[in-house]
Write a new protein. Structure first.
Lengths: 110, 112
């Protein structure tokens, strides 16, 4: 089983829609998580951290469910510019390195 | 401006040749990383360094080598032993291994 798993998508949504992605992780000892955004043929860029109590940044909400071992990213009022691949990242304490999911592709259309 | 600079943006390698990818950061970060990304796949860690003069193998270190002689520099050499080097190479840095990483804009390596 992969350490971090994501549905590759693509998720095709109309502009203005609300969309959510989940990311499951296998290491129950994992302590912190991040969401990155990667545009086509570009580098990943940090979108937001995921706090255990959940956190919001504008139209974006990140949540952590430790019992079921997944994190989620909710995007409200989707914009065309939100079209990208979203990577979840798990900080694995034992290896002291980030473990990236393969990403979920979002395509927002008119 | 503070950031991470990778060069070159595009690189071509001949069979049997070693090539070196440059990564420089002026963020005063202690930790630096090299990843490889293949089309449609996630990032895979090649090497990482938590401090100057120290580095550790990642998941796919075979055929690659690194050095960390200066805090701001972490060059990656793709040796001839790496039989499938064509990929997008990303360098990243962070304050330490528990902090989120910031990426350079990558180097695309292809075989001639």
């Amino acid at each position: 089983r992969k350490e971090v798993e994501q549905d590759p998508g693509p998720f095709n949504v109309p502009e203005g829609a609300t969309v959510a992605f989940n990311c499951t992780y296998s290491n129950s000892a994992s302590q912190s998580f991040f969401w990155y955004r990667q545009d086509c043929r570009k580098e990943p860029k940090l979108l937001m951290s995921v706090y255990s109590s959940g956190n919001e940044d504008g139209r974006f909400t990140a949540q952590l469910n430790r019992a079921s071992q997944y994190i989620s990213l909710l995007i409200r009022d989707s914009k065309l510019s939100d079209s990208a691949t979203y990577l979840c990242v798990d900080l694995t304490g034992t290896a002291s390195k980030l473990t990236f999911g393969t990403g979920t592709r979002l395509q927002v259309t008119l | 401006d503070g950031g991470i600079t990778q060069s070159p943006k595009y690189l071509f390698r001949k069979e049997g040749q070693n090539v070196t990818l440059s990564c420089e950061q002026n963020l005063n970060h202690d930790a630096m990383y090299w990843y490889r990304q293949d089309p449609g796949q996630g990032l895979r860690l090649i090497y990482y360094s938590q401090i100057v003069n120290d580095f550790q193998k990642g998941d796919i270190a075979e055929g690659y080598s690194v050095s960390r002689e200066k805090k701001e520099s972490f060059p990656l050499t793709v040796t001839s032993a790496q039989k499938n080097p064509t990929a997008f190479y990303l360098c990243a840095s962070s304050d330490n291994v528990r902090q989120p990483q910031h990426f350079g804009d990558g180097t695309r390596l292809s075989i001639l």
